[in-house]
Design a protein around this ligand. Sequence first.
Ligand code: RIB
Length: 311
Amino acid sequence: MIKNKTVLVVGSLNMDLVASAARLPARGETVFGERFATFPGGKGANQAVAAGKLGAAVKMVGCVGQDGFGRELMDSLKASGVDTTFVDQVEGATGTALITVETGGANTIVVVSGANAACCPQHVDAALAAETEPGILVVQNEIPQATVEHAIRAAKARGWTVILNPAPARAIGADVMPLVDIIIPNETEMSVLTGLPVKTEADAFAAAARLLAQGVGAVIITLGDKGAVCCRRAEQFHVPPYRVQAVDTTAAGDAYAGALATALAEGKTLRGAMQFASAVAALSVTRAGAQPSLPWRDETDAFISKWEVRV
Ligand code: RIB
């Protein structure tokens, strides 16, 4: 039997402090909220939890503070099947995210890095040194840029597949781009990275060409309720969305990235992995919060088969 590849997520862990309101406040405006809740989050941890709940052999690299939020985040990772050997508990406060969610699911997020700023190349090296076979690296931009770039270089040098989720959007070194096998921005991030508007499928294909020219292997642009597009040298295609009633879109992109890595680790094709990731992201937006919204494998398989019967 062929063993699934290891998924190594290098990234942030945040406690999400979430206010739900009828609508997002405008600049300078105060609105009343309807509910307040805290949820384990952080783009990196969400991606690791997504993969863990889907059954991947997943390890997390990152930093939390030695406080209550840090302990809750560690517990959430472990309960989701994520190996936390390489999550360091450092001095200072755990990262936090202040999130407002409006009816219909749209949100705004302010991240305060805290312990995430301590995630450094040595953390990455320790985790990579423990692996005997190349796996799949997943990295995002809520940790220092030097660590992101180091992780990409070090993993690629060992023959790993590299997935970059450039969130929040930030340019990376021109020498690093060709080392990225798959980049997964959303429309906003894609616009920041390329300077082009990305509103339609056609815009997305045009913008993707810019990143392909910089040497990236494949560009997957997530378009929310319009699905996702993929561009690589040999082909370009659109994967339609699963239409659901959204209540909270927080972590939908993380659900997508974690699920894509899981499916690729299992040996699925890129198109098959995108279809699977699209189902996982759709399920996640039907529930509140970041990590609690991420579906388990049995729920995901049931959702996909129910959908196949319907279409
Ligand atoms: O992508 C969603 C995540 O972004 C939240 O969980 C929050 O912590 C921020 O990192």
